[in-house]
Write a protein that binds this ligand. Sequence first.
Ligand SMILES: [Zn+2]
Length: 435
Amino acid sequence: MSRVIGRLKNLIHRRARPLRYRLLQPLLAHEAFSAEELQHYQQQQFNAMVCFAIQNTDFYRDRYQGIAGPEFDAAELAVLTRETVVAQRDAMLAGGPEQAGLKLGYTGGSTGKPLAFYYTDEKTEHMRAGMMRSYRWAGWRPGDKVLNFWGAQQDIRKPRTPGDRLRRYAAAEQTLGAYEFSEIDLLNWARHVQSWKPTLLQGYASILAELAQFVQRRRMRMPSSIKGVFSTAEVLYDWQRAAIESAFSCTVFNQYGSREVPNIGLQCAHGNFHVFSDLVKLESIPVEGEQQLLVTSLTNRIMPMIRYQLGDLGRLLDGHCSCGSPFPLLALDVCRRNDLIVTPAGRTIYPSYFVRLLDGYSGIQQFQFEQTGPGRMVLRLCASREVADVAGAALRTRLHTDLGSEMYLQVDRVRSISRSHSGKHRFVIGMPAEL
Ligand SMILES: [Zn+2]
């Protein structure tokens, strides 16, 4: 009976998301490529993307003046910084900002500089197809349940019609809003995992680790239905991986990507990071003594991103993984650093909550939140006085609504924000243990 229901759900989902399943097919076929075939395919896609960008956007037409195709050497093309994306957003659009179905997404990113980028439903479907391929590495199949722990409130929408409800049921996906949580929430989530019996858990590394530690402390038995846990959006520390694998008795798959360029890579069950070289071209170049990662999306024909500096460090590795995947290997450095914020009442707030508070504000060059004491936070802003005043007032109101009156926010307008001793920017800094 359950197999029949599974097939039916799969069928409904395929009919609801035909584009996603169509896009998935070539992605699955690429897994059977040899490393050489993949490399060849990647170069073809790269050439096509650069040609497309030159022919369809004002920005790349000007930027690559004098560079002729149809073959392109990436090293001869300028690096795209986050600042340039902020300044040239509309000029980077293929077809202009008036094209139909265009949406604006925001990311606080790992570098502390908010960024807005354009996307369409098709880009989202491409991202979801890439995620479906990743899930398969854990043994998930269409129709299997996925339980998400997302911090973003806008990602969680209630179904409105019976058709919506049916499609959601068929999608077999549930999302728990998790930007803040208490012991009660952790207990409820653990109980929900026990009763709903998902195949995959997916979410931010810090929240999954908190849940895992809670489950271990309470000695709660987790269902054997769980085949894998997908960690995303944050650095996954070894202690977090160990806690999650032990609590849920399964492998942790670490995803690497960003909102503007998703599905860059995935850490396989053998612990190696693979680059999805059919979706992106990833490069590692020396900048001030560090190996900076640059990414080119091979699929984004809305707002082409070519040699985009991610703000992460890493090296591309030679050799093959014993898991058998033909996708090339990457050593990703731990350079994105997050911290949890704890309220005086003992509630833990996920860093993304604070990062998201600045979504939609333009004119902020850099920001950093720091908890300086129990019930006290400082927001450092590199912005004009007007922007800082408006953002500060709105954020205080928002914190009051979301967290109660217990957290006071002080807004400091600063010229620049100093980096940590390792040279990285931290956009949310938690309270030191001795405070
Ligand atoms: Zn592998």
